[in-house]
Write a protein that binds this ligand. Structure first.
Ligand code: PHE
Length: 340
């Protein structure tokens, strides 16, 4: 019976396969499958032990036993590989499901935020001025003394500087770098950068070392207007102010100019508008660009003339909505903000 395998050995091999297949099937995770793999094919596995016992088997049976063991191993290996692929696919599906975002909660809560009243007012002003043919310009909030004062006809020691309580920054020479006290330095930057004709508005934040009260904030917004062209007169300034107030508030409103003083305009004025009930409220300052300012910016005052104006955006928003405390803009009370 040379070559015939001892039935006891065949039984070990075939039951290793049957038991092994059942265990592979039962493995429900990749981790469980890994330990089943070690149990079935590792050193201590029945098949490995069977192989180790080959040397005790009659030489003529060895080949058959070796074959039986290899076949058994191959069947188990294939079954493990199949199960592995299956479990991997399941794990991938589970991971995808877990990573899916549940957007139903977001969609269910339909409250949406909106722009702050100051942003809304600034955009409304920009739209109105763009409609009148202006473009929007910007400048830095951190300025040098030269742009904020000197080029605007206020040399060092000029008494008019005290009109603006200035916040200086601890940078460079003392009192040379500051937070701009108004948007007027954007006039200077624009004239130095751009050949006339110039028709710009420059909205932005301004800073003054003021204590906050119902009508003052140390950080607030202004919008500056600047026109430089040939033959610009005071009548153009008055007409522009009248025009934008009518665009913003309606045709029944009107404006007036009162003499005032700014170092960078000559003549200078303060401008007022009528309220819905016909009273006058002050809006801002304006005037014809001072020839010294044109010259500082490299423009020939004999050739060019212009006007400028500036006013507070908070003040305008308060006027439009009948608000009486400017601090509401910055206290972030949702009951205030959600009204606009
Ligand atoms: N910059 C001035 C201020 O802040 C306003 C102004 C702008 C006046 C332009 C005249 C011309 O008070």
């Amino acid at each position: 019976m040379a070559g015939m395998l001892d039935p006891a050995l065949t039984t070990i091999a075939s039951s290793a396969v049957t038991d092994g297949l059942a265990a592979i099937d039962a493995a429900s995770t990749l981790e469980a499958l890994r330990s089943v793999d070690a149990e079935l094919l590792g050193k201590a596995a029945p098949l490995s032990q069977l192989k180790a016992s080959m040397r005790d088997v009659a030489p003529e049976q060895r080949k058959a036993l070796g074959q039986a063991i290899n076949e058994a191993r191959t069947r188990l290996e294939l079954a493990i590989a199949d199960r592995h692929a299956e479990l991997e696919a399941i794990a991938r599906r589970e991971q995808l499901a877990a990573e899916q975002l549940d957007l139903s909660e977001v969609i269910a809560d339909r409250r949406v935020g909106h722009h702050h009243l100051i942003t809304q007012t600034r955009e409304m002003l920009e739209d109105a001025f763009v409609g009148l043919g202006f473009t929007v310009a910007e400048g830095p909030e951190v300025e040098t003394d030269w742009y904020n004062f000197e080029a605007l006809n206020m040399p060092a020691g000029h008494s008019a500087r005290s009109m603006w309580d200035t916040l200086y920054l601890d940078a460079g020479e003392p009192e040379t770098v500051l937070l701009r006290t108004h948007t007027s330095p954007v006039q200077v930057r624009t004239m130095m950068r751009q050949e006339p004709p110039i028709y710009i508005v420059a909205p932005g934040r301004s800073f003054r070392s003021d204590t906050a009260d119902a009508t003052h904030l140390p950080v607030f917004h202004q919008i500056e207007g600047l026109v430089v062209d040939k033959g610009i007169t005071f009548a153009d300034l008055a007409g522009t102010i009248e025009a934008f107030v009518k665009v913003l508030y309606g045709d029944d409103r009107t404006t007036r100019l009162r003499p005032s003083y700014f170092p960078f305009t000559e003549p200078s004025a303060e401008f007022d508008m009528t309220t819905a009930t016909g009273e006058w409220v002050e809006l801002g300052g304006c005037g014809m660009v001072n020839p010294n300012v044109l010259a500082h910016c490299g423009l020939d005052p004999e050739e060019w003339s212009g006007f400028a104006f500036g006013f507070g955006i908070e003040r305008m928003a308060m006027q439009r909505h009948g608000l009486d405390d400017i601090r509401e803009f910055v206290t972030n009370d949702i009951r205030f903000l959600s009204q606009f």
